[in-house]
Design a protein around this ligand. Structure first.
Ligand SMILES: *Cc1c(COP(=O)(O)O)cnc(C)c1O
Length: 457
């Protein structure tokens, strides 16, 4: 079922990841698919470490004091927490279980950042016991923190006050101006029981300028809070550093050409439904650009404002630390013909590809790893369905332009899935086992060595 005018077919090739090649070329991917008898994820923690080092270097180069907290919710594997601890980063947790995982895998309590709304009392108690920083989301939560903190100042509660962004008035997170003013009074009144270390925010979207603007506003609030006698020396900018899954030109031409005829069932996606799969500045470069940005109504860069006020910049990246740090492999179980394309069914579900659950589509092209490389090459469109009974359980609605006809037994590799895609929605639907996570600690060898991710629970 070949398409005869391939130039009009939208494709979205993933940014190449050299570390993946040995996993494929050595035959390891096929061997693991055979060994597990189902889909699996493989993790490339060296990429995580490289991303972390690049962010820490960006802070150092700008002369701004800062600290990186890995937002753990972006992936459940232990190895990334271990790499965060080894790399001198902290971890951002939002549940008692995440906190326990972070401590158990080597992160010191004072390097934990506890975020999330209306935190469970057990989480607050653990945070206090381990001297973690608590990003307080509401006034009643602040009252609870103060009441749980031991009197006498032996172990003060370390708090940041989370701001409701003026640009995102309808967010359910954070406190507005007047609540923040009340919170400051209550921190003052709490005396030794509380160390008010500063402010935090987390913006949705990936634009840098709103982050620069809000950071500058919170620097101003820190200065005011210090006048009142509080410590207020840190601002956390949350997550949301963008990453690029594909090149600029492929993203542009994809958006210009894609239409419902390119999707199974004529499904419609508007370009605004998609994650921005290309960003002109991404990862650590986006952090550098943020620090060099000039916040609105100010006359110097964010970096200079932070340095002048002596304020430390905290960040909580999830996705950006996991860029190129993993991929997911399925086996094709069946192939069926439709009008002008095929439907592949793989041995797992879209629960292992979370984007499919947000009225959107994970767009980077999955790579076909055929059992037998074919002599014929061309363009063979196929959508990818799950081994489940749900009509909507599609791993890829789009008719992917495969270079040869896919066949049962071939592998399908979804690239760059470590950030949120692989496991945030996974459940053993249909009693299918959760895909195991294979860690490839080093990829600079001809024959990569692997092990399973290990949790100490
Ligand atoms: C989810 C989240 C993050 C991480 O966001 P990314 O987009 O993955 O960088 C950081 N901080 C908070 C408070 C979050 O909720």
């Amino acid at each position: 079922m070949e398409v005869t005018r391939p130039s009009t077919w939208p494709t979205l090739p993933a940014v190449p990841s050299p570390a993946i090649l040995p996993v494929i070329d050595s035959g390891l991917a096929a061997e693991l698919a055979h060994a597990f008898g189902g889909p699996f994820h493989f993790l490339l923690p060296d990429a995580f470490t490289a991303n972390l080092v690049a962010m820490q270097d960006a802070l150092t180069r700008s002369g701004v004091g800062g600290f990186v907290y890995y937002a753990k919710k972006a992936n459940k594997a232990a190895v990334f927490v271990e790499r965060a601890a080894a790399g001198g980063a902290g971890v951002d947790v939002a549940s008692a279980a995440e906190l326990r995982e972070a401590l158990g895998h080597g992160v010191r309590g004072e390097h934990l950042m506890v975020t999330g709304p209306a935190k469970a009392p057990v989480l607050l108690r653990l945070a206090l016991a381990h001297r973690a920083t608590i990003a307080v989301d509401a006034l009643d939560e602040l009252d609870q923190v103060i009441s749980l903190a031991p009197a006498g100042g032996a172990r003060p509660a370390r708090v940041l006050l989370r701001a409701l962004p003026a640009a995102q008035q309808h967010s359910r997170f954070g406190m507005n101006e007047s609540e923040l003013a009340t919170a400051l009074k209550r921190c003052l009144a709490a005396g030794d029981a509380v160390r008010m270390e500063g402010f935090s925010f987390h913006l949705s979207g990936y634009a840098l300028q709103p982050r620069a603007n809000l950071t500058a506003r919170l620097i101003g609030l820190c200065i005011d809070a210090r006048r009142q006698g509080l410590e207020a020396g840190r601002v956390s900018i949350g997550g949301g550093l963008p990453i690029s899954y594909t090149g600029a030109e492929s993203w542009r031409s994809f958006l210009a050409t894609q239409n419902p005829s390119h999707y199974h069932g004529g499904k419609t996606f508007r370009s605004t439904d998609f994650y921005p799969y290309h960003s002109p500045v991404a990862g650590a470069d986006a952090l550098t650009a943020l620090l060099a940005a000039q916040p609105v109504n100010t006359h110097s860069t964010l970096a200079n404002q932070l340095k002048n006020a002596g304020i430390e910049l905290l960040l909580e990246p999830g996705r950006a630390l996991l860029d190129q740090a993993g991929a997911t492999v399925f086996t094709v179980q069946g192939v069926k013909d439709r009008d002008g394309y095929q439907i592949l069914t793989v041995d797992g579900t879209s629960l292992s590809l979370s984007e499919q659950w947000f009225n959107s589509e994970y767009l980077p092209d999955p790579q076909l790893l055929p059992r037998d490389p074919a002599a014929t090459t061309g363009l063979f469109p196929a959508s990818v369905g799950a081994a489940s009974c749900l009509e909507s359980d599609m791993l890829t609605w789009r008719k992917i332009a495969f270079p040869q006809p896919p066949r049962a037994g071939d592998l399908l590799l979804y690239p760059n899935t470590a950030g949120y895609q692989m496991d945030s929605n996974e459940s053993p639907f249909h009693d299918l086992p959760l895909p195991p996570k294979v860690v490839i600690d080093r990829t600079d060898q001809i024959r990569p060595r692997w092990r399973l991710d290990r949790h100490f629970t």
